[in-house]
Design a protein around this ligand. Structure first.
Ligand SMILES: [Zn+2]
Length: 403
């Protein structure tokens, strides 16, 4: 006897079959036991099975729960003032040079108490969860000193304990050079490598290390130093790459078998080929492109040509992507970047799981995986990338239970 049997629904399993890239099962059914999917097939296939709860869904669509694989969710304050500055014509770089940008969030984050950080992050998390998110990545990167970074990762752990969502923490080890290290770049990178990495490993606060490779952040040499040290300690890596300029970050990330390279507006063919070779996922972040009013789009066709898996995420952060809706991220990926609705859905399910290295656990509707599902009252799946401001799924099922 199963715990639940979802029936009378169409299932987008996201497990591709010949001629059926989304693995759609019309008139499908899903068996759930102990928080996991134990059977998926047509309604007829599952007709003889019994469950404590049989849930007819009246012809709704079921997809895997959405995966937001790139966020900076935990921070103090917000940057609505810079939004106004940008409308007055200031660039991201000019705002950063005037003491705004990441530095201002670092200040507000350091000033905030842990309960304050948790309360504001929980509000944003709640919005994303209502939008259908069942797994979210949360990066550190606004502490910029040993205790500050550890505190953010501990906050991520605390959120995971209190909310019905899977949280994947990432140590964003090189995000911005803090003011107090202004003339000691090498020393800062050494502190990160010699003190922060071991502390995060000892406390098991994250398994993946990230960095921001850009003129205004860290050079590819500095990132490579970090990646070498991270690999030596058993971390996996990912990288903010080619957002504002081409630093050959994607190729560097691929050299270290990165799970993902993210942003990629300035990616070139060499970088795309390297990503394909290493199996590195391209994470596209249309919220940042939109908020910064960038003009150069990521080379989607190049990624397709090289068969690089494409993920989509909100990049939820206070400065460059205050985006709180996964389905709006999907809409923007279609409207701004030219993804098909199918690609956008794959980008927030299976390819999001790959970008986090947990595709064995989540990302498709398949036997053995966690029963993280969204039930959508829509006529067609294409509507997921179509509506601007879709409120969210009718039901959000996390580990088998409605939440
Ligand atoms: Zn980011």
């Amino acid at each position: 006897m199963w715990d639940r049997l979802l029936t009378d629904c169409h299932v987008a399993t996201m497990e591709p079959a010949p001629g059926n890239p989304l693995g759609i099962i019309e008139n499908g059914a899903i068996g759930i036991q102990d928080g996991r999917i134990v059977r998926v097939g047509t309604r007829t296939d599952l007709a003889g099975n019994r469950a404590r709860e049989v849930l007819p869904l009246g012809g709704a669509w079921v997809t895997p729960g959405l995966i937001d694989c790139h966020t900076h969710l935990i921070f103090g304050g917000n940057r609505a003032d810079e939004h106004a500055m940008r409308r007055a014509g200031a660039s991201y770089q000019e705002i950063a040079e005037a003491g705004g940008g990441i530095a201002s969030t670092v200040k507000r984050t350091r000033e905030a108490s842990e309960p304050e950080l948790l309360a504001s992050a929980a509000m944003r998390l709640d919005a994303l969860m209502k939008g259908g998110v069942t797994t979210i990545e949360i990066k550190s990167g606004y502490g910029l000193d040993l205790e500050g970074e550890l505190r953010l990762l501990r906050c991520a752990k605390a959120l995971a304990a209190s909310e019905a969502v899977r949280i994947v923490p990432t140590l964003l080890a090189l995000h911005a050079l803090p003011a107090e290290w202004k003339d000691r770049r090498i020393g800062y990178v050494s502190m990160v490598i010699d003190e922060l990495l071991p502390a995060v490993a000892d406390e098991q606060l994250a398994e993946t290390v990230d960095a921001f490779c850009e003129d205004m952040a860290f050079s590819s040499d500095e990132v490579e130093r970090l990646f070498k040290a991270a690999h030596a300690r058993g971390f996996r890596v990912k990288l903010h790459a080619e957002q504002l300029s081409n630093q050959n970050g994607a190729a560097l990330a691929s050299k270290y078998n990165a799970l993902s390279a993210d942003h990629l507006e300035h990616l070139d063919e060499h970088g795309a080929a390297a990503m394909a070779e290493a199996g590195t996922v391209a994470v596209l972040l249309p919220g940042a492109f939109y908020a910064l009013q960038e003009e150069r789009k990521p080379p989607v066709q190049l990624l397709r040509d090289h068969k690089v898996p494409i993920a989509v995420a909100t990049d939820c952060n206070p400065g460059t992507s205050p985006l709180l809706s996964p389905t709006l991220a999907m809409n923007m990926a279609c409207t701004l970047f030219g993804l098909t609705p199918e690609e956008a859905l794959a980008g927030m399910t299976i390819n999001g799981a790959k970008a986090l290295g947990i595709e064995e656990e989540i990302g498709t509707v398949a036997v053995g995986k966690a029963a993280d599902l969204c039930v959508w009252r829509l006529e067609s799946l294409a509507e997921l990338g179509y509506w601007i401001g879709l409120p969210g799924p009718e039901r959000r099922i996390y580990a088998g239970d409605d939440t």
